[in-house]
Design a protein around this ligand. Structure first.
Ligand code: TA6
Length: 315
């Protein structure tokens, strides 16, 4: 059980005097609010979930639902949930995954986003830069679904760009295999103003068409429910928004797959913490290690999945 009062006291004591840092409580979830010369951001200790990032001269870059419950154990609908040690439905993952298949209760996207991470450090090296590090250490008997000693880490760098560096280290004595994603929700002026570049020519699995494989031709415009796994994503993907006249670019390392998702109107009505028309103002592009891009770690090995988001205003 998380002792919120104790966590708050410790965080105030350790970080309360840092410039531009506020420790906040959203119902019963603890968050760090970052304000610096370049941007603002919000990072929740639950799931090490970044829920907000906004440059000083632009609309928010991340979308986060105003209907969030901020309940313990329930990921926020928005920002950047960390999906690990499996992506989506565990049963839909490769059999080589180490997570125990056939579990009675295997939450979608794994359990890392439900857990309380530890805030290890906050640095403010200059007025326009704030760096937070968080971690989650799992003992080898701690999780039924994942009985392996593992250390998760996340470094969040808030400045003229937003950078996440997600590390998974195998602390055990046997090899492990997992799938994962940084499930980023992006804000748009309107989905009709939005084009996704950088996917042209790629193979993708369409999870809405019996998981059959297709090829992307040209830029992607979203005008229906979309839930696709793009493979061999070697070049940066960009979101071009003609309404807000900006282009967001996803620069990644350690990932060769990406998921593009928008629930559209039917699924929007079934989603928790999500207004019926919210599909018109968001889309997800998820920096992933899924399908043939899953990660195998030998004992003592570590994998880094990094995502840097930049946003340029268009002339
Ligand atoms: O990333 C796409 C997806 O797997 C969709 O199928 C949808 O389920 C979405 O993730 C959101 O999942 P969540 O468990 O966060 O509601």
């Amino acid at each position: 059980m998380v002792d919120t009062a104790e966590i708050l006291q410790s965080l105030y004591r350790r970080f309360g005097d840092l410039p531009g840092i506020q420790i906040e409580l959203h119902k019963s979830l603890v968050a760090v609010q970052v304000e610096n010369a370049a941007a603002s951001a919000t990072v929740f200790l639950q799931g090490a979930q970044v829920s907000h990032y906004q440059l000083r001269n632009q609309p928010p870059l991340l979308w986060c639902s105003p209907l969030c419950d901020y309940r313990p154990g329930q990921p926020l609908r928005g920002g950047i949930p960390i999906c690990w040690p499996w992506f989506g439905d565990l049963a839909r993952n490769p059999d080589t995954l180490s997570a125990k298949a056939g579990l009675q209760h295997a939450p979608a996207h794994g359990f890392a986003r439900q857990q309380q991470w530890q805030l290890d450090s906050i640095a403010t090296p200059n007025p326009g830069l704030t760096v937070l590090t968080l971690s989650l250490v799992l003992a080898d008997k701690e999780q039924v679904a994942w009985p392996f000693a593992t250390r998760l880490s996340l470094q969040v760098t808030v400045g003229n760009s937003l950078a996440l560096d997600f590390g998974v280290e195998n602390l055990g004595y046997e090899g492990v295999c997992y799938s994962s994603a940084l499930h980023t929700y992006f804000a748009t002026s309107h989905i009709d103003n939005t084009v996704v570049d950088g996917l042209d020519g790629l193979e993708y699995i369409d999870t809405l068409l019996d998981w059959r494989i297709f090829h992307q031709s040209g830029p992607l415009r979203i005008d229906r429910e979309t839930d696709r796994i793009y493979l061999d994503t070697q070049q940066p993907v960009s979101i071009v928004d003609s309404g807000w006249r900006r282009a967001i670019t996803l620069n990644t390392r350690g990932s060769n797959s990406a998921v593009v998702w928008n629930p559209w109107n039917e699924k929007a009505r079934r989603l928790s913490q999500f207004a019926d028309d919210a599909y018109l103002e968001m889309l997800c592009i998820e920096t992933a290690n899924v399908d043939r891009d899953i990660v195998t770690l030998a004992p003592g090995a570590k994998h880094q999945l990094t995502l840097e988001l930049t946003s340029q205003l268009l002339g």
